[in-house]
Design a binder for this molecule. Structure first.
Ligand code: AMP
Ligand code: GLY
Length: 430
């Protein structure tokens, strides 16, 4: 079976590694920049813009791809799924219309409101600067300010956290008015990813991501510095009831998309804030999370290619989807100065790492002599696996400390101390 894989980051390396566990799968890779980890797993590679729909279609036809898996959001927005499926190449990924759940935050909130989907925060979709400023003036409390389109996870500003009231108006002016303003949610964040076949959804282990650049959740937002998951696939500050409610919210979104004529299939990523009143939706993504993909795909025990088939054929309800009962801790190393002033071109050397620890390549350059150098985004990810969170964290940390170079990472991700803080925060809220 030949699977076209679009994307060249850490998430896509984890997808490629999961696919490659089935020896009958041949990977055809499309990426904007050569990822050495994916390159080694792929039978053929096309280096091109990941939004070059006709270039990708041509490559898929030439190489006789049976299926396609789309890693990032940009190709979804560009319509790559519509084009491949028009040419009988089924995709793990939604159509452009269904991907609006992620690519258009206004569409997402209006859909939730129209159909009374639970977990929708109070919000206002604004079209002009004046409208947004008037709403801000009238609103007694803190708001989250979100551009409606894609921003690589770095476009949101939270009042009371990153900006004050005057910073909020300045940001609204800078964005030009097309914004979603919504109530600032207080709680603990968690990620629920699910396989979706248009109708049925199958959840994956819960993960907590860490967006802030520095320890103790300080500094600017990043694409995500790391993430962890627990052996029971739940999180200690999320009750079984919270989990069931989050899953029910995702199922109702899938039901609504089908009812509105845009059935959703692929990966649905729900980012939730677990609040005093239960889980509220921060956003949906139309793809795996990066880094969250690395936690769940490292644990995936079932054949990924069979799941891809089941998603595209609408037979997910009877498919075998299971994950190893272990904890994972994923830590990204990033260039000095990341994310504001990342320093590219610094050599990175990875030492001896334990076979139970996975290394996924991300935004890194492999030179002709095999040496690695930083670029401007997240460099390499290490995923420690363990019977307990502490074991997984120790494994990830040991691997990261084997690295030499001008890089940094967040030491606190996956530590007991951080987890305790999350749980105490949740207890204080409820
Ligand atoms: P996003 O780009 O939507 O993933 O948002 C980036 C980060 O902003 C999230 O991980 C949250 O920490 C935060 N955020 C987004 N929306 C809200 C909200 N309504 N209330 C509080 N924090 C939010
Ligand atoms: N980890 C957040 C994202 O992939 O959007």
């Amino acid at each position: 079976m030949k699977v076209l894989l679009i994307g060249g980051g850490g998430r896509e390396h984890a997808i490629a590694a999961a696919l490659a566990r089935n020896g009958d799968v041949k990977i055809l890779s499309v990426m904007g920049k050569k990822n050495p980890g994916i390159f080694r797993l792929a039978e053929q590679t096309l280096l091109c813009r990941e939004t070059d729909v006709s270039g990708i279609l041509g490559f898929a036809k030439r190489t006789c791809a049976d299926y396609a898996v789309i890693g990032p959001e940009a190709p979804l927005e560009a319509g790559v799924v519509d084009s491949l499926e028009d040419n009988d190449i089924p995709c793990l990924g939604p159509s452009r219309a269904a991907a609006r759940l992620e690519t258009d935050k206004g569409f997402c909130r209006e859909m939730m409101e129209r159909h009374n989907v639970a977990g929708c925060p109070r919000y206002r979709l604004c079209h002009t600067v004046d409208e947004a400023l008037a709403f801000l003036d009238d609103y007694d409390g803190d708001l989250a300010i979100k551009p409606v389109g894609l921003t690589g996870g770095k476009g949101v500003r939270i009042m009371g956290e990153q900006v004050d009231r005057s910073g909020a108006s300045a940001y609204i002016r800078q964005l030009g008015g097309e914004v979603v303003l919504e109530e600032r949610l207080i709680g603990e964040e968690f990620t629920l990813q699910a396989f979706v076949d248009g109708k049925h959804i199958v959840p994956m282990p819960l993960v907590q991501d860490h967006k802030r650049a520095f320890e103790d959740d300080s500094g600017p937002n990043t694409g995500g510095m790391g993430s962890y998951s627990m052996p029971d696939h739940q999180l200690p500050f999320v009750t079984r009831g919270d989990f069931e409610r989050a899953l029910a919210i995702m199922q109702s979104v899938v039901d609504v998309m089908a009812k509105e004529g845009h059935p959703y299939k692929g990966i649905l990523y729900g980012q939730f804030m677990n609040t005093a009143e239960g889980p509220k939706v921060i956003e949906f993504n139309a793809r795996f999370g990066d880094p969250e993909a690395m936690n769940v795909l490292t644990l995936l025990r079932s054949d990924f290619a069979t799941i891809v088939e089941a998603v595209t054929e609408g037979t997910l309800r009877t498919a075998n989807v299971s994950f190893a009962p272990a904890a994972t801790v994923c830590k990204y190393i990033v260039p000095e100065g990341y994310p504001d002033n990342p320093h590219p071109g610094d050599m990175v050397t990875v030492g001896q790492i334990h076979p139970q620890t996975k290394l996924y390549y991300a935004n890194v350059e492999e030179r002709e002599d095999g040496s690695l150098a930083t670029l401007t985004s997240r460099t390499l990810a290490f995923v420690g696996i363990g019977g307990t969170l502490a074991e997984a964290e120790k494994a990830a940390e040991a691997a990261v400390s084997s690295v030499q170079g001008k890089i940094r990472h967040r030491k606190d991700i996956g530590t007991e101390a951080l987890l305790k803080k999350r749980c105490e925060h949740m207890r204080a809220l409820r």
